[in-house]
Design a protein around this ligand. Structure first.
Ligand SMILES: NC(=O)c1ccc[n+]([C@@H]2O[C@H](COP(=O)([O-])OP(=O)(O)OC[C@H]3O[C@@H](n4cnc5c(N)ncnc54)[C@H](OP(=O)(O)O)[C@@H]3O)[C@@H](O)[C@H]2O)c1
Length: 329
């Protein structure tokens, strides 16, 4: 099979199109003929920084995929060849990734593709939707009627979080950096827009909550944005973060008796047994997509498997608008 191989950690020149033997699905796995894969910031971090959970070289990266079941492994009864699936199942640790024509994937980490979405759109969703779902439902346990602040409301995780929060009945304020991104967040359902470059937390907390603070903040950015999130929630509120690899003074967290939650969605893929599966979340996400309540935003540029390095470079540049997808076949 054709595969995009990473031959060294560092810049995108380390990608090389090559051939690998056809993989076999192991017990509890299906072999997926990958139609599309999306590139997330974590794929870029793995390629650049070789974190502890990076695969051994030469490696096939790519967490997110959508495609067709080609073959089922031992013990798999829920899927059959020809089924359309999507998921987030490899490109880390010992697991082969999605930048290849065929990918063995644990059924724990995939579900049936939303019927309403084509393969490209379906491949854009798994990692960001699992992250946003875990943040809002798993960690913050949101309730209809609550007022949420979503930092990075037009980003990969943020634009899905806005839609999931609206589907759960929340009022949503989203931070963005430009009028164009404000339009995106508004079109996805955000009720209120904050340009984080122009308005400080104290000002928007006053403008949007009368100074009381948001019930919860979902920070998809980290750093100063995490501090803004802590400042923006009400006493006893919740803050959920995707990025806490940083040093912060937690005095305000203490003074307001806040809870701080961290999402690290890769854990089930990189740790031993006992971590929850993605499949139940992916089924919920597919149902919302099929109901027309969740639509991924895709960057308009298209990349073939041979041009996956350019897709990585685009994500790395921070200039993508929406998710970046690679058409694998
Ligand atoms: N821990 C986990 O499980 C997990 C899961 C998924 C993602 N992540 C991490 O979460 C981060 C976001 O991922 P993503 O896929 O959403 O990336 P993305 O598509 O690049 O989006 C990042 C967003 O952050 C916004 N932003 C940047 N600086 C900001 C600030 N100071 N205040 C508010 N918004 C700001 C950007 O908006 P503008 O372009 O308008 O500035 C952009 O929309 C990445 O670091 C990723 O690695 C972690």
């Amino acid at each position: 099979m054709r595969a995009m191989l990473l031959t060294g950690f560092g810049d995108v020149s380390n990608f090389e199109l090559g051939e690998l033997p056809r993989p076999e699905p192991g017990p509890g796995q299906v072999l997926v003929r990958v139609a599309a894969a999306s590139v997330n910031p974590v794929d870029v971090k793995i390629r650049q920084l070789a974190p502890a959970f990076a695969p051994k070289l030469p490696a096939v990266l790519g967490l997110d995929f959508a495609g067709l079941v080609e073959e089922v492994g031992e013990g798999v009864t829920a899927y059959a060849p020809g089924d359309e699936v999507y998921g987030c199942a490899g490109g880390v640790g010992q697991r082969q990734g999605a930048l290849a024509e065929l990918m063995p994937a644990d059924v724990r980490f995939l579900a049936r593709k939303p019927r309403a979405l084509d393969f490209r759109s379906a491949a854009a969703l798994p990692l960001v939707a699992i992250t946003a779902w875990d943040a809002l439902h798993g960690k913050a346990r949101v309730q209809a009627g609550e007022h949420a602040l979503i930092q990075g409301g037009a980003g990969g995780v943020g634009h899905v979080a806005v839609q999931l929060a609206k589907a759960a009945g929340l009022a949503v304020a989203a931070t963005v950096s430009s009028p164009a991104k404000a339009d995106i967040a508004r079109s996805l359902g955000a009720d209120e827009i904050i340009n984080y470059r122009e308005e400080e937390p104290a000002a928007y907390v006053q403008r949007l909550t009368g100074g009381a603070g948001f019930d919860l903040a979902f920070d998809t950015v980290g750093g100063a944005s995490l501090e803004a999130s802590i400042a923006a929630v009400r006493p006893r509120g919740r803050v959920v973060s995707t990025n806490t690899r940083s040093t912060h003074d937690l005095s305000l967290l203490h003074a307001k008796a806040l809870s701080l939650h961290v999402v690290f969605m890769l854990l089930p893929l990189v740790s031993a047994v006992g971590e929850p599966d993605y499949a139940p979340i992916l089924r919920e996400v597919a149902a919302l997509a099929d109901a027309g309540r969740l639509t991924p935003l895709l960057d308009e540029r298209a990349f073939s498997l041979a041009r996956a390095a350019e897709a990585h470079a685009l994500v790395e540049s921070g200039k993508a608008v929406g998710k970046v997808v690679v058409d694998v076949v």
